[in-house]
Design a protein around this ligand. Sequence first.
Ligand code: ZN
Length: 426
Amino acid sequence: MNASHTFLFTAIFAVALVCTMAIRLWLAQRQIRHVQAHRANVPAEFAERIDLASHQKAADYTVARTRLGMVETLVDTLVLAILIFGGGIALLVDVTGSFGASVLWQDLALIVGLALITGILGLPFAYWHTFVLEAQFGFNRTTLKLWLTDLVKGIVLGAVLGLPLAAMALTLMRLAGPYWWLWVWAVWIGFQFLILALYPTVIAPLFNKFSPLPEGPARTRVEALLARCGFKSRGLFVMDGSKRSSHGNAFFTGFGRAKRIVFFDTLLQRLAPEEVEAVLAHELGHFRLKHVIKRMLWMALASLLLLALLAWLMRSPWFYEGLFVPPSMDRPGVALVLFFMVLPVFTFLLAPLSALYSRKHEFEADAFAAQHASASSLVHALVKLYQDNASTLTPDPVHSSFYDSHPPAAIRIARLQSLAAQSNGG
Ligand SMILES: [Zn+2]
């Protein structure tokens, strides 16, 4: 009975691993073919505002990024296969278990060891992405020194925040009884709020400079919009995004009364004041329509279910044996590490659901922006951003349904234009 469970789980995992890889590669192939097939002409609805050279640059950039993603998919799958089927993780469990330290330290060593292995293997891709791909298309503004400094800061931050969290979770898993997963869930939710509270004032300033949005037409328009919508925040800021890249953006950070609105300097340089206003109105829409809170509630529910699942798997010998690791119920770190290694292989098929939910919110935020600012200014801003970011205007629909958190350019613009026509008509 036990042996058959073990074999079944190994088989299910192997099939899921191969299927996920195959689907990812198939989607990438589709995207490349679709983008290349539409490379010769700017789509009619954008012909007035986007020139052929920009359109072709976007196509080439999309293809180059998708190709890099394919190599990454292959390497990631291979690494996971070596760790599981090749006995890599079993060896790491064995080595860390032979330390004469307490179970907690053995488990932390296991987690850090695995994080180091995957982090080091991911470095060449991160380097290539910034210094070859982004540089080739003229987006990169990062120096090697800044990139390395960011890396070190990221590791230190990860250790300072992640290690106490891991230690707390591991201790609860061992000592809090059969309902440990409820306790760990409470800690996890608390941790999320801590990060939200620390992000604007402690974490983000480690990487960027934030200065108040200077007086001028953009500020005047933004303040009028906020007053119109009855929205209070702890200030409007400009972030020196241009230090690393020429891609532009705007976002909210913090929660409750400590909310801040942040514009990338690159965005402000590029957009006219009424376009900045329209982009902010869209972001404001996400807040007003409670998209942020809804997403957080879904995440909280999902993490509760996943922790309950982990609690069950941790007690099942076939879960360990199916992944070629000796059952280690007395070392919760083993189950934790195995769980997070195999989970993405099974959850990948849920990606279209999450993307669909996100695109629904994007349409709603656009409608909010059309109501409280100008829909045609938002169209102008989006076209500039598509052009500056070299986003493809012709994504493959199936690829898009898996990966895109935002609706395809043509559909999004068409909806906004019909909203603009409505408001002009009435
Ligand atoms: Zn949005």
